[in-house]
Design a protein around this ligand. Structure first.
Ligand code: SF4
Length: 475
């Protein structure tokens, strides 16, 4: 096939042609790149050009990095097939088209994915982790509930993407089933698994390679010193071993990083990016700023407003110029048109080990429990009807989601609980929501906590509002 023939194909077909054929790959990548660029230069009233460019860069980076990993023989054929079929085909196109249709025809807002933490159990005790906030037995979802959520989200919402978090997801088991059985049963979906990395033995890496529909995102805090300091002695070495196992078996992986006042500069440095993306061969990275929730709340860990600005500036360079997908859940809020919590269209919901459903991983307050809903004959659609979630979705709209550009507020500080804590507190206080653990209960009752969060937001806005105006609104 020549370039002219390839150019007539759609993106999914072109991606399929790239599998294990390096000469076709060389011709196909620039063609797909061009198609993505064109798809992101559409004319509309609601998207800033800098947002469109960021979308283009995201898909361009993904395409180029995966192409590179194929050339380096770091992705098995099965994984390449599943990435194209499940991720490109089902997640990016099929599911999205159907959800867009539901919105246009019935004004139904349907989330794109769910994050599930099936178990609270973990083999580590990291400082500031939102899991394992109290001692005692570890809660977990049973197999039937876990399986039903995954089945239902596909049937009702055409959602083919699931994020698994924890606790440590690889430690979940129930009635003789483990996480691999879940991946196997739902083999038309694609899974992103946040893991501390330590359970990825050779055997587990091999199993992931055979299944092909999951990618682990391994937590690191910097290099050895920073990672061991937060996660425990010897964890960094163990993580590097896990990365070797994943490379050996051809499983694509990413990194998951928590930025605090201590490591904020390091985790966006060139040295850090070179080590994980160039040397360890990560495909993507997620950057989370420390959120003062969960065990050992400490506002001193929050990155300062100045550090956050530095991370934003470095993040744009890393994504747009260096060409790596290293996405900051907050600073990159413009890529998702703002906050994605509470089951927003294109967004998500979080379900934890007791079945409590919360607006997002970082909002530990739940208006409904999926196990109760199932017991009472309901389904996932009932979750979306919660008035608390609906109020948050209305807040998102008042902040600019689906609005014309003139009515959009600062999307580099999009977070409902962290960057707009006053509004979060006012809305959350109206409902009898259940704090998912003791620290969340204490935080909600603490005047001092709210005062400090609101003060932080004021300082943040002073620094970031002019940046938003300059980088987005005025261009
Ligand atoms: S509340 Fe904050 S952390 Fe949660 S989805 Fe919205 S922006 Fe993200």
């Amino acid at each position: 096939m020549n370039t002219k023939d390839l150019a007539k194909l759609g993106i999914t077909e072109l991606c399929m042609m790239m599998i294990n054929n390096s000469s076709v790959r060389k011709m196909a990548i620039p063609i797909i790149d061009n198609k993505i660029r064109k798809a992101n230069t559409y004319d509309d009233e609601t998207t800033f050009s800098a947002e469109k460019y960021a979308h283009y860069c995201f898909f361009r980076n993904l395409l180029r990095t995966l192409g590179k990993r194929m050339d380096e023989k770091l992705l098995t054929k099965e994984i390449q097939r599943k990435i194209v079929k499940n991720f490109v085909g089902n997640v990016m196109f099929n599911g999205k088209d159907k959800r867009d249709q539901a919105f246009e025809q019935e004004s139904r807002e349907i989330p794109s994915f769910i994050t599930i933490s099936p178990t609270q159990k973990c083999n580590l005790k990291c400082k500031g982790c939102y899991a394992a906030s109290h001692k005692g037995s570890f809660a977990k979802l049973d197999w039937e509930t876990f399986d039903r959520i995954l089945t239902e989200k596909k049937e009702l919402w055409q959602s083919y993407f699931t994020v698994i978090s924890g606790g440590e997801p690889f430690l979940w088991s129930d009635k003789g089933k483990n996480l691999f059985d879940v991946l196997e049963k739902h083999n038309d979906q694609f899974f992103l698994i946040y893991t501390n990395g330590t359970p990825i033995s050779k055997e587990n890496a091999k199993r992931l390679a055979e299944l092909g529909n999951a990618t682990p995102a391994i937590s690191v805090e910097g290099f050895k010193k920073e990672t061991d300091e937060r996660r425990g002695k010897g964890v960094f070495e163990k993580i590097l071993e896990s990365m070797v196992n994943l490379r050996d078996y051809g499983v694509p992986f990413g990194i998951s990083v928590t930025a605090t006042q201590k490591n904020a500069e390091l985790v966006v440095s060139d040295e850090f990016i070179d080590f994980y993306f160039e040397k360890q061969k990560a495909v993507y990275g997620w950057l989370f700023q420390y959120m003062p929730i969960g065990r050992g709340i400490d506002l001193e860990y929050l990155v300062t407003p100045e550090q956050r600005l530095h991370m934003y500036q470095r993040g744009r360079l890393i994504n747009e110029v260096r060409g790596y997908n290293y996405i900051d859940f907050w600073n990159n809020g413009y890529m998702s048109y703002g906050c994605i919590a509470a089951g927003r269209k294109g967004g998500y919901l979080y379900i934890e080990w007791n079945g409590n459903v919360t607006p997002c991983v970082f909002i530990p307050y739940s208006p409904v429990n999926i196990c109760d809903i199932y017991r009472n004959g309901g389904n996932l659609d009932v979750v979306l009807e919660s008035q608390y979630f609906s109020d948050i979705r209305n807040w998102q709209k008042s902040y600019g989601y689906l609005k014309n550009r003139a009515d959009v507020k600062n999307r580099i500080m999009p977070c409902f609980i962290r960057d707009h804590h006053q509004e979060f507190y006012e809305i959350t206080s109206k409902y009898p929501v259940k704090p998912i653990d003791e620290p969340a209960e204490k935080a909600l009752k603490s005047k001092e906590y709210h005062k400090q969060m609101i003060k932080y937001d004021e300082e943040l806005a002073k620094l970031l509002d002019p940046v938003w105006e300059k980088d987005f609104s005025n261009k």
